[in-house]
Every structure is written in structure tokens, then in C-alpha cells.
Design a protein around this ligand. Structure first.
Ligand SMILES: [Cu+2]
Length: 184
């Protein structure tokens, strides 16, 4: 299925960590569709830091992606009207102990079956390259994620000055991050 889904994330900061969105079950399952789980992905706690605090021209997106199926899912691409390009980045420590960010190997982010991948400050993130306009706190913008199996999902990413209840997100999904950052 490549039907584009429009998913709104709750922008209220206090509710952000606990908000989640998921694809609903097909209303009239076909024999093929019936084999698919009613819920395949849960994308939650998406946010961008306002561009007033980062280098001009780029933006950063964080979120959690949970794969509730029994097969690996892969995030293969992303796009937004807010920027010219969306890249998948990760922060890594170089030989001198300096943290640098680089593109994720292969340009894909795998979400193992039944696991949650956390995009967070200092780790994995989506990088918005060549912003069309500044990301202002309190605003939100559409972001379309393309998954190998689940197709395209569009969500609205709220912009904030600071992470919304980040500690709560981390404790909820502790452990989901390690599996993905293991280098092949
Ligand atoms: Cu980056």
C-alpha cells in the first residue's frame, strides 16, 4: 500500500511525549491486506528545535519510530516543504573524541521487528538541508516519511525551543536505540 496518510501529531508540549499516531486498520480488508497487521508503525514525540538556536539554514528533527510488526521496517527517504533536502544523520565520536555528525550508512534507517528507534539530540536525527524558511517555536510543518513496506506517512512536526519532556521519552523507549546504532 502506498496510500499517503496524513497524520497529525499533537503539538501541545506537555502531551507530546505521550502522543502517538498509528495507521488504522483498513476498513474493508482485501485478502492481501488482511495479512497485514492492523497497526504497523507508531511515530511519536516528533519535534524540531527552533532554528534560532542552531546554525542558519539547517533544521533537525527528532522522533521515535516503533515497528509493531514481526518483520524489519526501513525508513528509506523523507521530504518536507520546509526544506530542500532531508538527510538521515547520526552523531559519532571521531578518533580525537570529538562528536561529529555524518550521514547514516546506506542512507537508510532500519527499525527491527518489535523495536523502537529513537531519533534524539546527540544521536540519530533527520537533518533538514537548506531550509525554505526559519523554524519558529510554536509552529509546525509537514514531514513525509517513506518506509520500505508501510509506504509514505506524513506527520506535522511541532517546533520548540527545547525537547518536550525528553526524559519521559527516553525512559519509555530505553534500549530501542542501541540496536540501530550498531554499525554493520
Ligand atoms: Cu545532522
Amino acid at each position: 500500500m502506498n496510500i499517503r496518510k496524513l497524520i497529525h501529531l499533537i503539538a501541545i508540549t506537555s502531551a507530546l511525549a505521550l502522543s502517538a499516531c498509528a495507521r488504522s486498520a483498513p476498513q474493508t480488508p482485501t485478502p492481501e491486506a488482511a495479512a497485514e497487521p492492523a497497526q504497523s508503525l507508531v511515530i511519536a514525540a516528533a519535534w524540531s528545535r527552533s532554528t534560532a538556536e542552531i546554525e542558519a539554514g539547517t533544521g533537525i528533527v527528532y522522533m521515535t519510530i516503533t515497528n509493531t510488526t514481526d518483520r524489519v521496517e526501513t525508513l528509506v527517504a523523507a521530504k518536507t516543504s520546509a526544506a530542500e533536502v532531508v538527510e538521515f544523520h547520526i552523531h559519532v565520536q571521531d578518533a580525537n573524541g570529538v562528536m561529529r555528525m555524518r550521514m547514516v550508512d546506506g542512507g537508510r534507517i532500519e527499525i527491527p521487528a518489535g523495536e523502537t528507534v529513537i531519533l534524539e539530540p546527540g544521536g540519530l536525527h533527520l537533518m533538514l538541508i537548506n531550509l525554505i524558511e526559519p523554524l519558529e517555536a510554536g509552529a509546525s510543518y509537514p514531514l513525509t516519511l517513506k518506509f520500505e513496506r508501510a509506504g509514505e506517512w506524513t506527520l506535522y512536526v511541532p517546533v520548540a525551543d527545547d525537547a518536550p519532556d525528553e526524559a519521559a521519552v527516553m525512559s519509555l523507549f530505553a534500549g530501542g536505540y542501541e540496536a540501530l546504532t550498531t554499525q554493520p
